[in-house]
Design a protein around this ligand. Structure first.
Ligand code: RB5
Length: 151
């Protein structure tokens, strides 16, 4: 999972994803995966998704963390915001198969979960699949290069 990073995974959410972020912390702790929590720090309805999505996306794009897990209510706003940061490939996944494909074909470096649309049990299955799957490379690398070369 990336090189030169001390803490591979960064997580973040807005208020609507806060409870799921607490669950993701529990999941990562149980799996022994170190993480950095980039907020929100508490459940405050004023904490909108763009600031947390940008913070997490920039930490991933800079290489400080190799992967991110990001949450908002549906995951839609957070993924739109995160994907505005170059080199970020944020995938909103609602099933283990989507998570697997996002790694195989898209080399997703940010997993986005809907805190209000995905159950914790399914989120665990999605994360299992996302962490277990490697990028296929090959013809898919060229497509990623094409995106990275587009300003
Ligand atoms: C917050 O109410 C909600 O709009 C946000 O978490 C997210 O679902 C947006 O896409």
């Amino acid at each position: 999972m990336g090189q030169g990073t001390t803490v591979p995974v960064v997580i973040a959410s807005d208020h609507a994803g806060f409870e799921m972020k607490e669950y993701v912390k529990k999941y990562l702790t149980e799996k022994g995966i170190p993480f950095f929590d980039a907020g929100a720090e508490k459940l405050d309805p004023h904490d909108g998704y763009p600031q947390f999505a940008f913070k997490l996306a920039e930490l991933v794009a800079s290489g400080k963390h190799s992967r991110g897990i990001l949450m908002c209510g549906t995951g839609i706003g957070a993924s739109i915001a995160a994907n505005r940061v170059k080199k970020v490939r944020a995938a909103l996944c609602d099933s283990p198969d989507m998570a697997r494909m996002s790694r195989l074909h898209n080399d997703s470096n940010v997993l986005v979960l809907g805190g209000r649309t995905t159950t914790q049990n399914v989120a665990a299955e999605i994360m299992d699949s996302w962490f277990a799957t490697e990028f296929e490379g090959g013809r898919h690398q060229g497509r990623i290069d094409e995106m990275d070369n587009h300003c």
